[in-house]
Design a protein around this ligand. Structure first.
Ligand code: NAP
Ligand code: GDD
Length: 348
């Protein structure tokens, strides 16, 4: 089978890794996926790659970990990819406050290890490198944020990602490696991890749809995020590596919504109007029709330091990559709710 190129994806079992793999397979890439050993199945999002006829033809899984240098060097040496997409990370901001050292090891040093592996193997001219950077590196800065906005990271996760951001730029300048940062704002979808707020909400809505009266506990309802659709965003990772010169790009929709907006929109998809009563930790979301309390606040979900609003200005990507998001906030929420209703329906 004549492959166009070989791509190595770290974090292939995650939301973006799995969607990117699907995207690159369509483009006739050979895919090398790095996945962690886990005591329970962690391949739900990529099972179709194993199950399909293409196994052993275009998808090649390897066990690996961003905290294991020798293993990364060995996989790169053995597979000699044209492109590396470094998507693996401890990606949960709140969790990073509880596991700061591990987060730094995987999210900061992990990137350094991969770039060093490229140098050690003398593949600087052969491999293009994509780093999954994040809007979290902006922290609480002026809105909208773009490539010229100063950084003010406010969590161990964001600080680790900022280390990676600068490492990529340093290796690009010092060693001439084609390495880029995709500064992606929040992107969600049907494969989003269940502990991120959007998926947590759409799963709760699906449960309510089937009559489950369990209360949804949330943290800060007033935080605002620029929520895009993951399927629209992975294409930009590939586009960045196809440019003549390496450069860093903000990827965003340019619209920010609050967590409360997301809740309202998600319940609206099943014809439920939420009314809000009370303040602070006592605030509750009520089904207007049945008067049942559906949402409560749990202070556990607040972060020691919070990013209040992220909203991106992706003019550079729109101009140079000729990219723009296709999916509106409304379409995104609807698609996630419908998928969770379908999934839950299949399981009961
Ligand atoms: P995700 O669903 O949490 O996936 C993270 C992936 O990294 C999983 O495959 C996970 O493996 C793997 N991983 C974690 N620690 C690892 C380690 N030490 N060694 C090897 N693999 C490890 O995240 P995502 O939403 O797809 O995001 C992809 C990347 O983009 C992440 O780097 C994230 O920080 C960044 N990002 C995401 C967004 C967003 O809104 N989604 C925005 C900006 C940047 P398991 O499946 O075994 O856990
Ligand atoms: N997770 C979670 N759970 N967040 C909640 C909850 C809750 O119960 N209640 C309110 N929130 C608020 C958080 O405080 C935050 O302000 C917002 O909802 C979004 O939280 P997450 O969905 O966990 O995402 P995130 O913005 O912290 O981080 C995501 O986006 C980043 C890009 O900006 C992750 O995907 C990161 O990996 C990514 O870099």
């Amino acid at each position: 089978m004549g492959f166009k190129k070989t791509a190595l994806i770290t974090g292939i079992t995650g939301q973006d890794g799995s969607i990117l793999a699907d995207f690159l397979l369509q483009k006739n890439y050979k895919i090398i996926g790095i996945k962690r050993r886990s005591s329970s199945f962690n391949t739900e999002r990529i099972n179709h790659l194993y199950n399909s006829k293409i196994l052993n033809k275009s998808y090649f899984p390897f066990y690996g970990d961003l905290t294991d240098t020798t293993n990364l060097i060995r996989i790169i040496q053995q597979t000699k990819p044209h492109e590396i997409y470094n998507l693996a990370a401890q990606s949960h901001v709140r969790t990073s406050f509880e596991t700061p050292e591990y987060t730094a090891n995987a999210d900061a040093l992990g990137t350094l290890r991969l770039l060093e592996a490229i140098r050690i193997l003398k593949l600087e001219k052969k491999i293009k490198f994509y780093q999954a950077s994040t809007s979290e590196i902006f922290g609480n800065t002026k809105i909208p944020q773009n490539e010229r906005t100063p950084f003010a990271p406010t969590s161990p996760y964001a600080i680790s990602k900022l280390f990676s951001y600068w490492t990529v730029i340093n290796y690009r300048k010092a060693y001439n490696i084609f390495a880029v940062n995709g500064i992606l704002f929040n992107h969600e979808g049907e494969r989003r991890g269940a502990t991120f707020v959007t998926r947590k909400i759409t799963r709760a809505v699906a449960n309510y749809f089937y009559g489950n009266k369990q209360i949804l506990y949330l943290g800060n309802l007033n935080a605002r995020r620029d929520w895009g659709y993951a399927n629209d965003y992975v294409k930009t990772m590939w586009l960045m590596l196809q440019q003549k010169k390496p450069s860093d790009y903000v990827i965003s929709t340019g619209v920010s919504k609050s967590v409360k907006d997301f809740v309202n929109e998600a319940y609206n998809c099943i014809g439920v109007k939420i009314i809000w009563k009370g303040k602070g930790l006592g605030e509750v979301g009520i089904d207007q029709k049945t008067k049942k309390i559906l949402i409560k606040i749990d202070k556990y979900y607040f972060r020691p330091t919070e990013v209040h609003e992220l909203r991106g200005d992706s003019s550079k990507a729109r101009k140079e990559l000729k990219w723009k998001p296709k999916t509106s906030f409304k379409m995104l929420v609807k698609s996630m709710v419908e998928k969770d209703i379908q999934k839950l329906g299949n399981s009961i």
